[in-house]
Design a protein around this ligand. Structure first.
Ligand code: 5GP
Ligand code: MG
Length: 176
């Protein structure tokens, strides 16, 4: 068990299971886009760790960039999404893979997908390491999903609770 601020978390997904899922994601993407050089666009802050690990096991050339927006406070989603910062490069003709740490309601991913859809991207795909099927409220198809989890708040491996927990190499779940 660990304590972050006022809350207690229990071990949920091991470092090894995460590594396996990340490797599988990388392979799935590579098999799917065959020969294209992907531009991975990670959504900060949470996705920094999965993007880093995914690139290291990606079986081929790849590029990386990051975007940032804020939509989440504490343990419940606010349901509103704000402004996007960080994309300056020309995405025309590129194969872009948007990478999220976790997709919950899908608000963030849908917002990002809409913005990127307005550009002349050759192929736009979406990937997330963690996915909460019970919480997802969108029609947008997620192309690559790592691990499906129940609708409970998690921390670790890039994910935080009010700033803390991102550095944990494994994932913890909020204790009941
Ligand atoms: P959505 O827009 O899909 O509702 O939420 C997406 C964002 O909310 C994620 O990128 C992440 O930052 C945050 N989020 C959603 N679920 C969790 C969770 O269980 N734990 C943490 N730490 N963040 C979450
Ligand atoms: Mg995120």
């Amino acid at each position: 068990m660990i304590q972050l601020h006022d809350k207690t978390f229990v071990p949920f997904i091991s470092e090894k299971s995460i590594a396996t899922a990340v490797k599988k994601l990388a392979q799935e993407i590579a098999d799917d886009i065959k020969g294209e050089i992907p531009l991975f666009i990670g959504v900060l802050n949470g996705a920094f760790m999965v993007v880093s690990d995914l690139m290291k096991v990606y079986p081929g050339d790849c590029e990386v960039s990051f975007v940032k927006m804020a939509s989440y406070k504490g343990t419940t989603t606010t349901g509103k999404v704000s402004e996007l910062i960080g994309i300056n490069e020309n995405l025309e003709g590129r194969t872009v893979i948007l990478i999220e740490d976790i997709v919950d309601t899908g608000n963030t991913l849908e917002f990002l997908h809409n913005i990127f859809s307005q550009q002349k991207i050759k192929t736009l795909k979406t990937a997330t390491l963690f996915f909460k099927p019970e919480a997802y409220r969108k029609d947008l198809k997620i192309d690559y999903k790592g691990i499906e989890i129940p609708n409970k708040f998690i921390v670790g491996y890039g994910l935080d609770y009010d700033g803390l927990g991102r550095n944990l190499p494994e994932v913890y779940q909020l204790k009941n």
